[in-house]
Design a protein around this ligand. Structure first.
Ligand code: NDP
Ligand code: GDR
Length: 337
């Protein structure tokens, strides 16, 4: 039986990956923070249904000593390094914590792996935010990085650390350059879940307003369940390589709101301009969306669109869920909640 260690197992991707690895008969180990056990109802909610089949280890990616122990005890065949401070907005507010967690965390994990279990295959969750102020569209594995946030800078650094361990120490280490992927398990602070959860609530109660920042940002949104499958496929290859994983379709935040409103039974139209613009539900004539200038970022990434041809060709990977299917899946789930 193969063994896998997942850092970030309590997050959106960690939970889908753990499910898929259990289905593939892996022994699945996960790193969880001590605070998780103080509030398991909330913090283990994404993996509660499979918790009895998992082997959870207490620790953080900031603790090198703890990671050494875990790699020595588990000696996993595969390690998926997903743990990170993953919210961009927060990375502007508290860049030091983001740098500590996201850069030191990769270095600690790879160094512990190299010392205690050098045959373990390693996956690093890189991000389309590494492209930032994009140099070309669509973005591929060859596109130059130009990060626009502290978070983006940490992911470029994590990518380079991963490449260096591959080249310098012959570790099977590779990075996925993953574009935005969402699901009913997405954190409420990210724009897609914020939209679907708020519109579902407004639709059910007739109360509340959804406050948003930049409606014109364009993202290539896919389904998290599809993307974790690509992680696994990357670690089954004979050679470690980096891959862009994306749907190849991009939509604005505004389009996401319009589609989610339709799925929630609203007939949305826009009124006003700039920060005074708002979205109104024609059926009730209630204001349901407004702009909050505080939600704009100091430096924005306006357009992300990925070309995943290499992953399609070499991994046999392709998305099963596209924009409309994703929005409807998320709204349906939030309406049920
Ligand atoms: P989430 O924010 O949902 O999950 C983050 C995970 O990291 C949680 O399990 C969290 O644990 C854990 N974590 C955070 N800090 C630490 C720490 N110091 N020590 C140990 N664990 C920690 O992220 P996603 O699942 O969406 O993303 C997974 C990875 O993929 C991240 O690295 C993210 O940056 C990257 N990525 C995500 C994309 C996306 O669109 N989802 C796109 C591209 C890259 P806890 O529950 O205790 O907070
Ligand atoms: P992103 O995701 O920054 O792309 O990072 P997020 O959903 O936070 O933002 C997407 C776009 O929406 C705009 N936006 C808002 N965003 C949030 N969160 N809240 C708002 O109210 C709002 N209004 C408009 C943003 O300005 C942005 O342009 C995600 C994370 O999962 C990262 O970890 C991952 O690496 C990247 O995707 C790829």
């Amino acid at each position: 039986m193969k063994k896998a260690l997942i850092t970030g197992i309590t997050g959106q991707d960690g939970s889908y990956l753990a499910e898929q690895l259990l289905d593939r008969d892996y022994e699945v180990h996960g790193l969880v923070r001590r605070v998780t056990l103080e509030d398991p109802t909330h913090r283990l909610r994404r993996i509660r249904h499979i918790q009895k089949d998992l082997r959870l280890h207490l620790g953080t990616i900031e603790s090198y000593a703890r990671l050494l122990d875990i790699f020595e005890d588990v000696k996993p065949d595969e390690c998926y390094h997903l743990a990170a401070q993953s919210f961009l907005h927060e990375s502007f507010e508290d860049s030091h914590t983001t740098f500590d967690t996201n850069i030191t965390g990769v270095l600690n994990t790879l160094t512990a792996l190299k010392r205690k279990s050098p045959d373990t295959r390693f996956f690093f969750a890189g991000s389309s935010e590494m492209f930032g102020k994009v140099e070309e569209t669509p973005q591929t594995e060859e596109t130059k990085f130009h990060p626009r946030s502290p978070y983006g800078i940490t992911k470029v650094t994590g990518f380079e650390i991963t490449r260096n361990f591959r080249e310098a120490y012959n570790i099977f280490a590779c990075s996925g350059i993953f574009f935005n992927h969402e699901s009913p398990r997405r954190g409420y602070e990210f724009v897609t879940r914020k939209i679907t959860s708020n519109l579902a609530k407004i639709s059910c109660t007739g109360e509340g307003v959804l406050k948003l920042g930049n409606l014109e940002a364009q993202r290539d949104w896919g389904f998290a369940g599809d993307y974790v499958d690509a992680m696994w496929k990357m670690l089954q290859r004979s050679e470690p390589e980096d891959y862009v994983v994306a749907t190849g379709e991009s939509h604005t935040v505004r389009e996401f709101v319009e589609s989610a409103a339709r799925h929630a039974g609203m007939d949305l139209y826009w009124d006003g301009e700039g920060i005074n613009e708002c979205g109104i539900d024609r059926t009730t004539e209630r204001k349901v969306v407004e702009i909050d200038p505080k939600l704009f970022r100091p430096s924005e990434v306006n357009l992300l669109l990925g070309n995943a041809s290499k992953a399609r060709r070499e991994l046999g990977w392709k998305p099963r869920v596209y924009f409309d299917g994703l929005v409807s899946m998320m709204v349906e789930s939030d309406l049920r909640k």
